[in-house]
Unconditional design. Structure first.
Lengths: 478, 96
């Protein structure tokens, strides 16, 4: 298997979440709508209609390009890409060809703890197409999606494994979500991937024949189709065969790539500059303003969490997985002022809040409690008013009811028993009730202490301060 | 530039999805060649000091804010459709 070098490049199409479409003001929010409820004469390719570009889509492309370290070009040109297919009634798609808005950037991905740079060739804007449903006696055309802004990001052929491609796509998605330019929702088609893959015998100077795999609409299919293609091409080459230059798709039912188009059917797109749209000639100050008002991205957040707040990189990565969670965590830190260590907040957010969110499918926006209540619980645990277990119980309760922590603690009697008199009664009872473990501990079996503390916790119905209980037990037994 | 070949005319006709008779191919071979010859005359102009442009209009940077207008009603949207079904335009079966 090491005889060939795998060369993978990717094209990712991302639907931008602007309000209007790319060239007309009709709503771009098409998902789940009845057919053709979202159309305007321009989307239908009516004669006499003229496109005007949506400024927000241009801004989104600039933001993304800037994060990908691209050169953002003030001057860029739209072009017509011609083909006949009913998903675009004009007979061409408005795209960018020779002068895209962004070129030559890069992104750093992390593969098994190792940083790897993937080059970005270009980023451009184009319009999405309509949707076809094939029925027995024809095809039904729904143009709701026609004209929705798409951003295409083309990478250099710098990836070598399915894992790298998977991480790359994941990272691109995290970026567009953080920037708020797209939902990045692959299941709903808001992000679609295309893989270019070839194998080159190691040591050979000749490039292998490139195969395209189109319309990959989940992370899983990106990974599976690449793994499958590498195996398939390796086998063909091992047997002395030749790779045919084809466009393929992924057949999910049979878990294999299938040929969709051969080279001789390749399109002749006849690109030429779109005469109905003047070139973009953006004010560098406007570009600068957009870039300077972008939200902070995960890489920068992780760095800050590690350097300023002393969190581990692993924990910082988990806390910044998406912008909503990172923002909420930061709100907690601000709310806490310096009353609670940031590390404690991070632990409670990671351990309790994220577990709760994952288990219940509740989103950050829907949670009932305020940051103040959350911080209050952490503080009460920290200063020993309630123990950890009780803290978790209080959180579970406020997450469901939205009640105040102190109220719950009072109502449930969760206040930790740190009063030595009350604790002593329980400790004495535990010692009296458990002669055998007590003897074992006295005989040097250290592990028995855990059991005895457990008994104290049980008899106090979880309210004892475990550290105090252990101290008292040790004092009495030695 | 030499005259377009019949093969080139056939390719252009295919791209435009036009079915041409032999007479028409001959006709368009001459007409299209004449257009190309005319462009050849333009190409003799010295344009060295003129920056290339993609637009004949002195415009640039025409953008609109991201706002929403009402879409067409489904009746209007399909009003000119030669055939429709299930609120969609119906076309001959096509597969990519």
């Amino acid at each position: 298997m090491t005889k060939y070098k795998v060369i993978i490049g990717m094209e990712v199409h991302i639907e931008l979440q602007t309000k209007g479409k790319l060239f007309t003001n009709v709503s771009a929010d098409f998902f789940g709508k009845l057919p053709n409820r979202n159309v305007h004469p321009l989307c239908l390719g009516m004669p006499g209609t003229l496109p005007v570009i949506n400024q927000e889509a241009v801004a989104y492309a600039i933001m993304t390009g800037s994060v990908l370290n691209c050169t953002v070009h003030p001057y860029s040109v739209f072009a017509r890409k011609h083909y006949f297919y009913p998903d675009l009634p004009k007979g061409y798609q408005i795209s960018q060809y020779e002068k895209p808005i962004c070129t030559t950037g890069d992104i750093i991905i992390e593969v098994n703890g190792q940083a790897k740079q993937i080059g970005i060739t270009r980023l451009h804007l184009e319009e999405d197409t309509g949707k076809l449903t094939h029925v027995e006696d024809g095809s039904l055309v729904d143009l709701n999606r026609a004209g929705v802004p798409l951003m295409e990001i083309v990478s250099e052929p710098d990836m070598r494994t399915a894992e790298e491609a998977y991480i790359y796509v994941n990272q691109i998605r995290q970026i567009v979500r953080y920037l708020g330019v797209s939902t990045g929702d692959m299941e709903k088609g808001a992000m679609r991937c295309e893989v270019n893959l070839s194998l080159k015998p190691i040591g050979s100077k000749v490039l292998g024949t490139k195969v395209e795999i189109k319309n990959l609409n989940s992370f899983r299919t990106v990974r599976n189709s690449i793994d499958y293609e590498i195996k398939r091409q390796t086998k063909v080459l091992d047997e002395g065969g030749k790779i045919e230059q084809v466009t393929m798709g992924w057949d999910e039912d049979n878990k294999k790539t299938v040929v969709r188009r051969r080279k001789e059917d390749a399109h002749d797109y006849r690109y030429f500059p779109e005469p109905d749209l003047p070139p973009l000639n953006l004010d560098p100050a406007w570009i600068e303003k957009i870039i300077s008002t972008m939200p902070e991205l995960p890489t920068s957040k992780v760095k800050r969490y590690v350097e300023e707040w002393g969190l581990s990189k692993e924990q910082a990565n988990i806390l910044t997985e998406n912008s909503e969670r990172a923002e909420y965590f930061e709100r907690l830190v601000v709310t806490a002022k310096d009353n609670v260590p940031t590390k404690s907040i991070a632990d409670w957010v990671q351990g309790e809040l994220f577990r709760y969110l994952n288990e219940t499918n509740v989103t950050i926006d829907d949670i009932k409690f305020t940051p103040d209540d959350f911080i209050r619980v952490i503080k009460l645990v920290k200063d020993g008013t309630i123990n950890r277990l009780a803290g978790k119980e209080v959180l579970a309760e406020i997450w469901q009811t939205g009640d105040k922590p102190d109220q719950i603690i009072k109502a449930k009697g969760l206040k930790q028993i740190s009063d030595s008199g009350a604790l002593e009664t329980i400790v004495d009872k535990v010692i009296a009730d458990n002669p055998k473990p007590v003897a074992q501990f006295k005989g040097g079996k250290e592990a028995t202490m855990k059991f005895l503390v457990g008994q104290v916790m049980r008899h106090s119905r979880g309210k004892a301060n475990p550290k105090m209980a252990e101290k008292m037990l040790r004092k009495k037994l030695t | 530039m030499s005259k377009l070949t019949i093969k080139e005319v056939e390719h252009i006709a295919f791209l435009a999805r036009l079915a041409l008779t032999d007479d028409e191919k001959w006709l368009f071979q001459n007409q299209l060649s004449a257009i190309l010859e005319y462009v050849e005359i333009l190409q003799q102009l010295d344009t060295n000091d003129i920056p290339p442009t993609t637009s004949a209009l002195p415009l640039g940077n025409v953008m609109r804010p991201d706002t929403i207008i009402e879409p067409l009603t489904i009746m209007d949207a399909l009003a000119n459709a030669p055939d429709s079904a299930e609120d969609s335009f119906r076309v001959k079966p096509v597969f990519d």
